[in-house]
Ligand binder design. Structure first.
Ligand code: ATP
Length: 361
């Protein structure tokens, strides 16, 4: 006997071509059972194509897609233990809420009894907190409620994998944040695998337990959200997930000192494996502190050009001498009103050298 597979979804050397366009090139991926995974990347990087290959709406040109240990190549969507929720929910406007949710169950073979169908539809509606809305018409529901009806419809036949293609993109920001929390809760309650496609990094980081960052048809990094943010695999990830200041530099012989392009030397003793040669240094805006200062040596000095008040944080744009524009974020909890620096002020930028990321140029 073979052990039950621990991965719900697996891609083995998957390639997808559309004519001369390679949408997905040689992807290997393993999604553990019950995980919430986000496929994150810029428009056109191949996220939706991956999702559609899991759902069976597209077939790989090469390689194998497995679900629960079974090869899925050639298996049509309705034979897969998978359901999909789309950005445009595609509900039936002439049906009421319960009829929309029950639709998939009515097609089930062998046929289910009407009482069973109704009970399961109502249970799915309870799960998405729409109990009591069974007889409402779709046009009488708000955007957020319609999205929940679509979710109920997708979970009613108890799939083992739920695919979500930008499901919250049509909602306003406040509702989107509320639905992000609800989706996360729903996934925990159901205990099934969720694969979410999004180009919104905040959404990917806040909802999923694994983020798979894609670029140009490839996976660049797959890791927990915090690891993606704190230890980006390359400059693309550092730029795409969160904001980043870039500084051109050279790693000096020995690998423990960086020579920034303005001539300043920066000791980075804790960094191992730095190869001497041209590099790009990436530094998060919140890793920098501003100190009022008009001059200094061995420090980055600049002039505040803009201050953007964002409520809980303030963002500064600083023109750093010899290096150009920097972005600095100050958490308002640690900054007194009197400490807020003003546009025109000269400041020193201080940071822990351990917080810089160094990538070969
Ligand atoms: P978005 O966020 O804009 O939806 P995406 O990351 O989901 O983008 P895909 O939709 O997977 O990207 O597309 C990947 C690449 O494949 C793109 O270059 C796209 O133009 C191309 N592509 C996708 N579907 C087809 C198709 N049916 N025929 C031809 N090319 C396609």
């Amino acid at each position: 006997m073979t052990a039950a597979p621990t991965n719900d979804i697996e891609f083995r050397s998957v390639i997808k071509r559309y004519g001369s366009v390679t949408a997905v090139s040689d992807i290997n991926l393993a999604v553990p059972k019950g995980a919430f995974v986000a496929l994150l990347g810029p428009s056109g990087c191949g996220k939706t194509t991956c999702l559609r290959m899991i759902g069976g709406f597209e077939q790989p040109s090469e390689g194998t897609v497995l679900i629960d240990g079974h090869e899925m190549n050639g298996v049509p969507p309705y034979r897969r233990p998978v359901n999909m929720v789309f950005q445009h929910y595609a509900l039936f406007p002439h049906f009421d809420v319960e009829q929309n949710v029950a639709y998939g169950l009515k097609q089930a073979r062998p046929k289910l009894a009407a009482a069973e169908i109704s009970a399961r539809a109502r249970q799915a509606l309870e799960m998405v907190r729409l109990g009591g809305f069974e007889k409402r018409r779709i046009h009488e529901m708000s955007g957020g409620q319609q999205q929940r009806v679509a979710l109920a419809r997708a979970i009613v036949n108890k799939p083992s994998v739920l695919l979500l293609d930008e499901p919250l993109a049509a909602l306003d920001k406040k509702l989107r944040t509320a639905m992000q929390i609800e989706l996360q809760t729903l996934q925990r309650e159901l205990g099934i695998t969720f694969v979410l496609v999004t180009h919104d990094q905040e959404e990917a980081l806040s909802m999923s337990d694994m983020v798979c960052v894609m670029n140009a048809g490839r996976i660049v990094q797959m890791a927990k959200p915090q690891e993606i943010y704190d230890r980006p695999a390359d400059l693309f990830v550092a730029d795409f997930v969160g904001k980043t200041n870039r500084i051109a530099a050279t790693v000096e012989a020995g690998g423990a000192t960086l020579r920034l392009s303005n001539g300043m030397a920066l000791a980075v003793p804790g960094k191992t494996g730095l190869k001497p040669g041209p590099a790009t240094v990436a530094l998060r805006p919140e890793a920098i502190e501003l100190v009022r200062q008009s001059a200094g040596s061995g420090q980055l000095i600049g002039t505040v050009t803009h201050r953007i008040f964002l409520g809980s944080t303030a963002e500064y744009q600083i023109s750093v001498d010899g290096l150009g524009d920097f972005l600095v974020t100050a958490d308002r909890r640690s900054v007194q009103e009197s400490d807020l620096v003003e546009p025109g002020e000269r400041v020193a930028l201080t940071f822990d050298p351990g917080k810089v990321h160094v990538f070969p140029a």
